[in-house]
Design a protein around this ligand. Structure first.
Ligand SMILES: NC(=O)c1ccc[n+]([C@@H]2O[C@H](COP(=O)([O-])OP(=O)(O)OC[C@H]3O[C@@H](n4cnc5c(N)ncnc54)[C@H](O)[C@@H]3O)[C@@H](O)[C@H]2O)c1
Length: 278
């Protein structure tokens, strides 16, 4: 018996990075799986990797008709859904607000929030009755950028702060039958997180940063000195998405490799203490 035996899990944005790692992990835990992805190249790669074992659907989380088609496909293949995992997202390039032409802000916010926030709302609403019928779970993706400065620019950090609020509101509204939580990752090795069209960064990917540079920067900032692979986040999503989780809802699990647990006194070059001697 594994954690996700008898679970049907849908992952939105599962074509690369985090979502793909979660998909692989959920399979090892015995889940019946569906993945929604809007990039046709990644859809093909998913079909190649998983064959007929996983229901792979091409669609855009911003588009209600695509989500309804996804729902019809899940109903036809599995007849039910126990867990919805939201893993899609786009980045804002970490461009300071002062460097952004005011004319671009409208499009930038529409672009980032439509994927990072509205996509989660539309998916939750589309599958709510199926999840309610199964006493299911929703697990969304926040970020450490929602909790501390400099994990992204204004649009990305605002979008992740909105995910945290959304989790609390939906957890309240959907109780007692559906649990709603999020995981807040910090870094993800191998992520293809892309930039926004509004700033001309749609072709830029996190994977363009040399892997060793990204790893060194991350490991220097985190006490565990370990840049997680996407699969490392899988167990946290799986537990929150499972029926084993009977008591946690409305929470954001901060998975930061210890980065927020900073040294205060000893990090200071003039480090001081009371100097008490025995
Ligand atoms: N990369 C990091 O270091 C990091 C850190 C913290 C949080 N996150 C969050 O993790 C999540 C996953 O990001 P990732 O780093 O794995 O990036 P990624 O680009 O590798 O994965 C995101 C996937 O979502 C898909 N997607 C994007 N927009 C979509 C849409 N409209 N409809 C359907 N699919 C869509 C992409 O094509 C991609 O396959 C995001 O929410 C991101 O904000 C990432």
């Amino acid at each position: 018996m594994t954690l996700l035996d008898d679970h049907v899990v849908l992952i939105t944005g599962g074509g690369s990075g985090l979502g793909l790692g979660i998909a692989r992990h959920c399979r090892t835990e015995g889940a019946q799986l569906a993945v929604l992805e809007y990039d046709p190249v990644k859809v093909l790669a998913l079909k190649e990797e998983f064959g007929d074992d996983v229901l792979v659907i091409e669609g855009d989380v911003r588009n209600l008709a695509d989500l309804q088609a996804c729902r019809a496909a899940v109903e036809q293949r599995y007849g039910r859904l126990t867990s919805l995992i939201g893993a899609q997202g786009i980045f804002d390039g970490n461009v300071p607000l002062a460097d952004i032409d005011p004319d671009r802000i409208d499009q930038l916010f529409d672009e980032i929030l439509s994927v990072n926030v509205k996509g989660y709302v539309l998916a939750a609403r589309t599958f709510l009755d199926m999840l309610t019928a199964e006493e299911g779970s929703i697990v969304l993706t926040s970020s450490t950028a929602a909790f501390a400065a400099d994990g992204g620019g204004a649009a990305y950090t605002a979008s992740k702060g909105a995910v945290n609020s959304l989790v609390r509101q939906m957890a309240f509204e959907f109780a007692p039958r559906v649990r709603v939580n999020a995981v807040a990752p910090s870094g993800i090795a191998g992520s293809q997180l892309r930039g926004p069209r509004a700033l001309g960064l749609e072709a830029s990917r996190q994977s363009d940063i040399p892997a060793d540079v990204f790893r060194r920067a991350f490991e220097a900032a985190a006490p565990l000195q370990y840049l997680p692979a996407a699969e490392d986040y899988g167990p946290f999503y799986a537990v929150l998405a499972s029926r084993q989780n009977k008591i946690v809802t409305g929470q954001i699990l901060v998975a930061d490799s210890g980065a927020f647990n900073r040294a205060m006194i000893s990090a200071n070059p003039d480090s001081f203490g009371l100097g008490l001697q025995n």
